[in-house]
Ligand binder design. Structure first.
Ligand SMILES: *[C@@H]1O[C@H](CO)[C@@H](O)[C@H](O)[C@H]1NC(C)=O
Ligand SMILES: *[C@@H]1O[C@H](CO)[C@@H](O)[C@H](O)[C@H]1NC(C)=O
Length: 306
């Protein structure tokens, strides 16, 4: 009987010792993370039940909310095993202001990332555009967290009428920033190598036409007759004096180039097949390069000929 009571006492004592040891340890942890308005904790700590003293957790704002500048978004498990209390740091905010082609958000407003309802951002006209009125475009963060439409108060600048090339004409729709004008050479003239058109673009902080290509006389050719009849005769009349042939070389060229290309393709296919059988799976064919190296110079030579 006495030894039974003693054993019982020992069990009680044991439980007490365990409690004494465990309770302070339990008291040394913070409980689950508090809910904060407009904010959520990181996914990996959301469901955690206890956190050691000193733990810092940074919240993020939920959709439609953004962090208010200069307010802290990090709570800490304090010495007294309680989470620190933060003033509200997430508030309703629009996303970044809308992008438009004719203007960009002013540098001052661009760097913000908190746009409260009612906030207005200003825009400045993009290069190539200028303000059409005294006002600059603005946009306001509306109650439903969308931005008001940006009024198109910047208009494209004009390059003015471009110079007309000698021995050619310009095909153009307007003279505004971004426009393109094609240069067409008169019969018997051809464009210098380079782009066959000009564009109204930014040049030294203002808009200007890109350099005008020139039309120069095709060598050894009289401006007449019209090119289409020349092409027709070129195909049928093979033996002709060299001087006449040069005017027609652009019609003969395809006759040379096409067999060249077919030749390259045939060689390429043959190479792929052969190499493919020899080392299956490892060979990466690059037939165009190989073909160009072999055939290129001879084609090139005739093109730039007399
Ligand atoms: C464009 O803005 C400038 C400066 O803000 C102003 O001086 C100018 O008059 C404006 N242009 C037009 C066409 O209103
Ligand atoms: C937001 O509100 C503005 C004006 O109040 C309205 O024109 C617009 O359609 C609304 N947008 C959405 C997505 O509800």
């Amino acid at each position: 009987m006495g030894s039974g009571r003693c054993r019982w006492l020992l069990v009680v004592l044991g439980v007490l010792v365990v409690l004494v040891v465990l309770v302070p340890a339990a008291r040394g942890d913070c409980g689950p993370l508090p809910e904060l308005p407009g904010a959520e904790p990181p996914e990996d700590s959301k469901d955690q039940q206890s956190f050691p003293i000193g733990t810092k957790i940074t919240y993020r704002c939920v959709l439609g909310f953004a962090k208010v500048p200069l307010k802290s978004d990090t709570i800490q498990c304090l010495e007294n095993a309680l989470w620190s209390v933060l003033p509200e740091f997430c508030d309703r905010s629009c996303l970044s202001p809308p992008r438009v082609s004719f203007a960009k958000v002013s540098a001052e407003d661009e760097t913000k990332n908190f746009y409260a309802v009612g906030v207005t951002v200003s825009y400045v006209c993009n290069p190539g555009y200028k303000n059409s009125t005294d006002e600059l475009p603005t946009s306001t963060c509306l109650e439903n967290l969308t931005w008001s439409e940006v009024p198109e108060l910047c208009e494209r600048e004009t390059c003015g009428p471009p110079k007309v090339p000698e021995h050619g004409t310009l095909v153009t729709t307007d003279y505004l920033f971004g426009s393109k004008a094609d240069v067409i050479c008169d019969d018997g003239y051809e464009l210098t190598p380079g782009p066959p058109s000009i564009r109204c673009y930014i040049h030294d902080d203002r808009v200007a036409w890109t350099p005008l290509p020139t039309c120069h006389r095709i060598q050894g050719v009289s401006p007449l007759p019209s090119t289409s009849t020349v092409g027709a005769t070129a195909v049928t009349d093979a033996p002709k004096p060299l001087e006449e042939k040069t005017s027609e070389y652009r019609y003969i060229l395809p006759l040379i180039i096409i067999p060249c290309i077919i030749g390259i393709v045939v060689i390429a296919i043959w190479t792929i097949k052969k190499c493919g059988i020899k080392q299956k799976g490892t060979y990466k064919p690059n037939p165009t390069n190989a073909g160009d190296e072999e055939q290129g110079p001879s084609c090139q030579e005739r093109k730039t000929g007399p």
